[in-house]
Design a protein around this ligand. Structure first.
Ligand code: NAI
Length: 253
């Protein structure tokens, strides 16, 4: 039996893209889902989609880099759905620039959402997982953790999340909590659309060029990443912890 069924999952950045696909997939797996996002209206739309399909969900507006907003959001999760047992730190932003043009704001914005945000969210929910003796934490890293031109800030944050993941696995394992990360390659979302726009290439051409470099011959879909998260969140994955799975349609570089 999948003991994850009926538990409460919190997914950040669930208004669109990969986070939305993760929220929908975990709901299909039988979990109640709190969809958190800066964009409260779109987060609520994700929740409504889940409810329309027969699931339990709540859409909550929150800036995960703000400790007060995180505390308030978790209070709403507790009241509306129950105590969180699964956390997916998915929310992300890019502020790409070559190093010599990168501003302190570009750096701090990216660190603030990915690292500070994942830290604040994880610190806020871990106590419920510890009390329950069961928990699943999944962080979104990226192939960019291995280094990517124009992404010194983002690559550092995504590599940082890998160290964070391994450390959570070590500290929290004895409480029945696993922590893992998925590191996607090229996934067609608004984030990669924005990158194509920035470099001045039509998105279809940009995606086709990416597909040529991907061994399975296609860009990734948000559902490809949701599938990996579903595995990490499942009851049966309880002996898998501190792992980074590169989901990139082939070996990462
Ligand atoms: P996206 O840009 O389509 O969606 C990100 C969501 O996060 C948005 O709804 C946004 O409002 C939300 N968000 C941003 N800052 C927030 C904050 N402070 N508080 C709450 N919510 C916030 O991005 P996408 O493509 O769906 O990416 C999801 C995750 O996957 C990110 O962590 C990203 O870095 C990672 N990723 C994406 C890849 C891709 O090719 N699309 C590749 C590798 C990793």
């Amino acid at each position: 039996m999948n003991q994850a069924v009926g538990r409460v999952a919190v997914v950040t950045g669930a208004a669109r893209g990969i986070g939305q696909a993760i929220a929908v997939r975990l709901a299909e797996d039988g979990l109640a889902v709190a969809a958190l996002d800066l964009d409260g209206a779109a987060a609520k739309a994700t929740a409504e989609r889940i409810i329309a399909a027969g699931g339990r969900a709540s859409g909550i507006e929150a800036d995960i880099a703000d400790p007060d907003a995180v505390a308030a959001a978790i209070d709403i999760v507790n009241t509306e759905l129950g105590l969180p047992a699964v956390l997916v730190n998915n929310a992300g932003v890019t502020r790409d620039n070559l190093l010599f043009k990168m501003t302190i704001e570009d750096w701090e914005t990216v660190m603030g959402v990915h690292l500070r945000g994942a830290f604040l969210m994880t610190r806020a929910v871990q106590k419920y997982m510890v009390d329950a003796g069961w928990g699943r934490i999944v962080n979104l890293s990226s192939v960019s953790a291995l280094g990517n031109r124009g992404q010194a800030n983002y690559a550092a944050a995504k590599a940082g999340l890998q160290g964070f993941t391994r450390t959570l696995a070590i500290e929290l394992g004895r409480f029945g909590i696993t922590a893992n990360a998925v590191a996607p390659g090229f996934i067609a979302t608004d984030m990669t659309r924005a990158t194509a726009e920035r470099v001045g290439v039509p998105f279809d051409d940009y995606a086709a060029a990416a597909a040529e470099r991907i061994p399975v011959g296609r860009p990734g879909r948000p559902e490809d990443i949701a599938h990996v998260v579903s595995f990490f969140a499942s009851e049966g994955a309880g002996f898998v912890s501190g792992q980074i799975v590169y989901a990139a349609g082939g070996p990462s570089n």
